[in-house]
Design a protein. Sequence first.
Length: 173
Amino acid sequence: MIKRVFLPIIVIIAIGFLTYKGLETRWPKLFSPGELSAAHAKLGLSGDCQACHTKGKQVDNGKCLGCHKEIKEKRDLGSGLHSLASDECLVCHSEHHGLESNIAYFDHHNFDHSRAGWELEGIHDRLKCVVCHKKDSYLMDKRNCIDCHQDIHEGENGDDCAECHSQDTFEME
Ligand code: HEC
Ligand code: HEC
Ligand code: HEC
Ligand code: HEC
Ligand code: HEC
Ligand code: HEC
């Protein structure tokens, strides 16, 4: 007798609880497709799924850019890979593949440098990447000849070295 009364009540309570609005945010780990990368692990541990996700959207690029001001800046400046790339961060930065995963993977040896809006030509094409790029990041704040080369003309010829010089040698015939 007692069983017959309690079972339906328990079932009703259980259904109510499981479908309660906001369950997703209260029990995020249940719904996560996998552990986040090391860089974002803290967000997973604190259950802050909304840091990257918005209801109705898979991933909210605006939220990524909210934290990654350095990328937003490059896009606003119109320089570098991220100003030319697709708007969808997840196309190149997948997540939920665990602590060991590399979410910023790209093929360093076969990278087509013009994708960054800067053609590697002449001598530049034969240099090691680290001669120009820092070890821990490929983001760049230099792009004009004069940002990297000393102007021996002391301003007399203007800033646009490429007007007269190639990327092979500064010597003139
Ligand atoms: C640092 C940003 C970030 C955080 C924080 C994050 N995710 Fe994600 N999530 C992503 C990205 C990026 C993808 C897309 C992966 C892909 O398509 O390769 C994704 C995909 C998903 C998907 C698959 C969506 C689909 O339609 O295929 C689910 C479900 C999901 N996340 C749930 C969660 C839950 C639950 C949490 C909280 C524990 C969480 N995520 C936290 C970035 C994040
Ligand atoms: C709450 C802030 C926050 C949000 C939201 C966030 N990130 Fe990050 N992200 C970080 C931090 C902190 C790091 C590690 C430090 C760093 O490299 O800046 C990081 C690192 C990264 C890296 C470099 C990882 C590496 O191994 O070098 C990539 C790529 C990245 N995030 C992409 C994304 C994308 C795409 C999203 C949106 C889906 C996103 N992030 C959302 C804070 C955030
Ligand atoms: C002569 C200097 C130089 C060398 C050598 C060089 N780069 Fe670059 N790289 C640049 C400049 C300049 C930019 C574009 C800066 C900008 O406008 O943001 C850039 C941009 C990039 C970007 C895009 C970064 C972003 O997110 O915007 C990547 C990735 C990159 N380079 C990879 C490489 C790799 C891989 C190598 C070695 C094979 C290499 N670079 C060698 C100067 C160099
Ligand atoms: C077409 C592919 C592509 C897309 C789309 C893309 N990225 Fe990247 N991203 C890369 C590559 C390749 C790197 C590694 C080289 C570098 O640092 O530029 C990178 C590096 C990063 C880094 C690490 C930068 C550092 O400190 O070195 C962050 C953060 C990042 N991306 C965020 C984003 C966000 C946010 C979006 C969406 C607005 C996005 N990316 C869209 C290809 C992409
Ligand atoms: C209007 C044309 C012009 C522009 C612009 C110009 N140069 Fe020159 N540059 C020359 C000429 C001509 C010479 C050779 C005669 C001389 O030394 O003045 C030269 C010589 C040089 C040399 C010495 C090469 C050697 O013989 O060893 C360097 C280094 C150099 N330029 C760097 C630069 C840099 C860096 C810039 C940009 C900030 C620049 N130049 C802009 C015309 C120009
Ligand atoms: C991100 C930095 C960077 C930018 C931007 C850059 N270079 Fe270079 N360049 C280098 C480095 C590093 C070397 C090799 C070391 C050296 O010789 O200074 C080099 C070497 C050279 C050389 C041969 C070596 C020499 O000094 O005679 C020439 C010529 C040259 N660059 C021309 C240019 C011209 C023209 C531009 C603009 C279109 C330019 N560079 C933009 C970093 C840069």
